[in-house]
Design a protein around this ligand. Structure first.
Ligand code: SF4
Length: 524
């Protein structure tokens, strides 16, 4: 069982920022938030946090049982077995924890009206407090969001120099040196690409194909097995075409900058169905003037010479062939029914057909894999020599089969470490690549991020746009989420499509209505 903490505040403000920071230091803890004036949560807790605001100050106090502190300090790496929690809490008669370790800190609040800087002050104090308490430093400091580069991008765009950005990232957000340099390299590359797109009236299009040959153990995308849902492909495509025609008509005064076909696995449909989809796109959109057109071919077991040749009939500029790992044992374990050899063959075939921008995705933190297995994957990838490499840290999202059946994998470790991430970075550097985008996920194995590396001129434009939220992304297909970015990038609204395939087909007109509302209210 995970540890249980209580977090008490005397005002309803910044509680989720504080909550996220506590979870970053104590990833296995359940944190119960409560407010002054409410009934104190009953039970036995490993630690109590209190946050008290006045008009001019914020103070934080913390108390933890000895047992919980020892357990936390001994947990040096993330593994499935870390889920074993603290037994033997010391409790008083009233159910309160006996505060074996206590710490209080406070800081001034300059101006409550300046919400952003007040939030930064509070988060920094909480970070310093947790750091003093545990001796731990977080690589990204108090930045707990999924887009840590967004702040660096804002600084860059405000005209700050690299040294000023370094200082602010360190002083305001407590970001470590290595991540500061990673953020700087990344945002400089991102900015160059973003500046080459249409600042006014530019948008991107995402097309989702929610079918896969089998469902990977760790999948959290809600994909559908092709053999079970084959009959749904035709009605799905009909609904999808209706949505694409609608977008084309509504956005006819806008310039399409990038197009991304993802999933699922787009190549799980037949070569003929793929051609039909690409023809439909060609009929409705200007594909000749795109900054990028990506097809996430994805799983090597779905890619055939026919399908690659179909893609070559259209101006596809970038494809992704994703090994995830080059260890056969792991592929079998996680339910990806393809071989290491298939990945290599398909990659070489794509190269021979003229694809000159091929990305490969890998995952670190897969069950049973440690540094040696990841190094094996990196060595095999280096032999193939792709143009970009995306390194994902396995995120144990709820509802994936890996999480649901985690008990069955108890003896198998889930390992990720700074040195594994460094090995990936060094492999990318050996292939002439540097980082161009990064993001973090909740429940990620370890405190790590996903990083995209690319050679000069081969960075994925769409990936950057997703992260930096600089232009609207119209998304078609079941479960696709349209993002309206407006008001000079200061505001974002979403329109979600339903996930269920049958619902999507039956309620397609409702999906169009949702989009129409967004286009008319946010983009016109
Ligand atoms: S290939 Fe991707 S979308 Fe398909 S099942 Fe595996 S993780 Fe899910």
């Amino acid at each position: 069982m995970p540890s249980e903490f209580r977090l008490r505040l005397n005002r309803h403000i910044f509680e989720y920022d504080i909550y996220n920071l506590i979870r970053s230091f104590f990833p296995l803890a359940e944190v119960k938030i409560w407010y002054e004036g409410e009934t104190k949560p009953e039970g036995t807790f490993d630690a109590d946090f209190s946050v008290d605001y006045t008009d001019t100050r914020v103070s934080i106090s913390f108390g933890m049982t000895d047992e919980a502190l020892v357990l936390y300090k001994s947990a040096s790496s993330v593994s499935a077995s870390d889920d074993a929690g603290a037994d033997g809490k010391i409790v008083t008669g009233g159910g309160d924890v006996l505060l074996a370790s206590e710490l209080s800190m406070e800081a001034p609040i300059a101006n409550w009206d300046d919400r952003v800087s007040t939030k930064n002050d509070v988060k920094r104090l909480v970070y310093q407090h947790l750091h003093a308490l545990t001796g731990q430093e977080l690589p990204w400091g108090d930045l707990t969001g999924i887009r840590p580069t967004k702040i660096a991008m804002q600084m860059l765009e405000s005209g700050m120099t690299d040294d000023e950005m370094r200082e602010e990232l360190r002083e305001i957000y407590c970001v470590g040196e290595a991540k500061t340099e990673l953020a700087l390299t990344t945002v400089h590359r991102e900015k160059k690409l973003i500046d080459s797109l249409h600042a006014e009236k530019g948008y991107s299009l995402y097309v989702g194909i929610p079918f896969c040959p089998t469902i990977c153990l760790y999948c959290s995308f809600g994909s559908h097995r092709m053999d079970t849902y084959r009959d749904m492909v035709k009605p799905y495509f009909e609904a999808l075409y209706k949505e694409l025609r609608f977008i084309s008509e509504e956005m006819k005064d806008w310039h399409l900058d990038s197009l991304y076909i993802g999933g699922g696995t787009p190549t799980s449909v037949s070569a003929e169905q793929l051609r039909e989809l690409l023809q439909e796109l060609e009929k409705n959109f200007d594909l000749e003037n795109l900054a990028e057109f990506t097809i996430e071919a994805g799983r090597p077991d779905t890619i055939t010479e026919d399908k690659l040749r179909v893609m070559r009939e259209f101006p596809v500029t970038r494809i992704s062939i994703n090994p995830q790992t080059m260890n056969q044992k792991t592929l079998d374990l996680i339910g990806r029914h393809h071989t290491v050899e298939q990945t290599r063959e398909i990659f070489l075939l794509a190269r021979s057909l003229g694809f000159d921008n091929i990305n490969m995705d890998i995952i670190v933190g897969l069950p049973g894999e440690g540094a040696a297995e990841v190094q094996e994957t990196l060595d095999r990838i280096k032999e193939m020599d792709p143009d970009s490499l995306t390194v994902h840290s396995l995120a144990l999202k709820r509802a994936t089969r890996l999480n649901l059946f985690k008990d069955s994998y108890e003896p198998i470790s889930f390992e990720n470490s700074e040195s594994i991430m460094e090995a990936a970075a060094s492999c990318a550097a050996d292939m002439g690549m540097s980082p161009y985008y990064l993001y973090r996920q909740k429940n990620m194995a370890g405190n790590f991020e996903n990083v995209g590396y690319a050679r000069p001129g081969k960075a994925g434009v769409y990936n950057i746009l997703i992260m930096e939220e600089r232009q609207s992304i119209l998304a078609a297909g079941s479960g696709a989420s349209t993002k309206f970015v407006f008001d000079g990038g200061r505001r974002i609204e979403r329109a979600e499509n339903v996930k269920d395939l049958h619902n999507y087909v039956e309620r397609i007109d409702e999906m169009l209505e949702r989009k129409k509302y967004g286009i008319e209210n946010y983009l016109k």
